[in-house]
Design a protein. Structure first.
Length: 333
């Protein structure tokens, strides 16, 4: 193999070489699968703080895939040509970023800076994974990309919200000043296989509680709303965005909105559990509503979600049924 590249020249010739930070995480691993299916050679970079190599274990031996264990808040070195950089590295669930506030801020700031620097040095296209949390507890509903948000920068969720808002600002600065070809996706609630049961998000929490016979924990009165997008739909939107010439933020999510209580009742019905619902105080700065306006994605990308909620949530439940080690730990916890 040539020292000038991580891939054999015969393998990478005429193929895009793509770097995915956070490549062993929930979304990063699904994105890696899609990129490989599209013919890319993929370098996944992850420090494994919240990612897990079993998410990419099926890629062992794939000649178009490489994994590098590395913290992207440190300088990123990738030898040879790079055509795309997808920056997906970050703690992304409430439990993670409340337990890891400083790493969350650092990966949003330093990690974004380093990954943009890599894209600039290589002349690569760049896509930032941002979040609907940029809108905070929104005063506009549904949320459009031109809404600036209602965010508490010093609240407990601020470490994630502000890290992503800063990341967006830096991405646009590199686009305007250094002429890097950048894209920004604002990701709304996404679910599917490879999520972690204990990551604090409502989908794995409710499924884990239902499958282990625990009460479903509902914060507040359960009337707050969320919109749930199946992971394959999200990845399709992200891939389309990466191939576009559009540089402003784009919402990718499913506009079907439901209350948390309604979502809980669906989980109880589908799993057949006898679990009840248990109400707890609402966490600080928890958004009351969350629904994407996807008009821009429809117009610019020709994208909209296709997977029906009933189909997607059943596939997700079946995935978690197979995760016996996680279920056992969840039941004991």
């Amino acid at each position: 193999m040539s020292q000038a590249s991580l891939f054999h020249p015969e393998v990478s010739r005429d193929r895009p070489i793509t770097v995915v930070t956070g490549g062993s995480g929930f979304l990063g691993s699904h994105l890696t699968d899609r990129l490989l299916a599209e013919g890319h050679c993929v370098v996944a970079i992850d420090n494994l703080i919240t990612g897990n190599t079993r998410n990419i274990g099926h890629l062992a031996g794939n000649e178009r895939f490489r994994f590098i264990k590395h913290d992207v808040t440190q300088y990123i070195f990738v030898p040879g040509r790079v055509d795309f950089v997808f920056h997906f590295a970050s703690p992304a669930s409430p439990i993670d970023y409340l337990e890891l506030p400083i790493p969350t801020l650092k990966v949003g700031a330093l990690g974004t800076h380093n990954s943009l620097g890599l894209a600039k040095a290589k002349g690569a296209k760049y896509l930032l994974a941002s979040t609907s949390e940029c809108y905070g507890d929104p005063l506009v509903h549904p949320q459009k990309e031109d809404y600036w948000g209602n965010v508490n920068p010093i609240g407990p969720r601020g470490v994630y919200d502000e890290a992503k808002r800063f990341a967006e600002a830096m991405t646009m600065a590199y686009h305007r000043y250094h002429k890097v070809d950048t894209k920004i996706v604002r990701i709304f609630n996404t679910y599917g296989p490879r999520m972690r049961l204990r990551d604090g998000r409502v989908v794995p929490a409710f499924i884990g509680q239902a499958l282990t016979g625990k009460p479903l924990t509902i914060f507040g009165d359960g009337k707050q709303t969320r919109s749930f997008c199946y992971v394959s739909d999200l990845i399709d939107g992200i891939f389309r965005l990466s191939q576009s010439d559009f540089h402003e933020p784009v919402n990718i999510g499913n506009p079907r909105e439901m209350t948390i209580e309604e979502f809980g009742r669906h989980i109880i019905r589908i799993t057949g559990t006898r679990s009840a619902m248990e109400f707890h105080p609402l966490p600080v700065d928890d958004p009351k509503v969350r629904q994407p306006d996807i008009g821009r994605a429809r117009q610019v990308l020709g994208w909209e979600p296709k997977v029906d909620f009933e189909v997607g949530i059943r596939e997700t439940i079946e995935y978690f049924r197979t995760q016996t080690d996680q279920l056992d730990a969840f039941a004991k916890g």
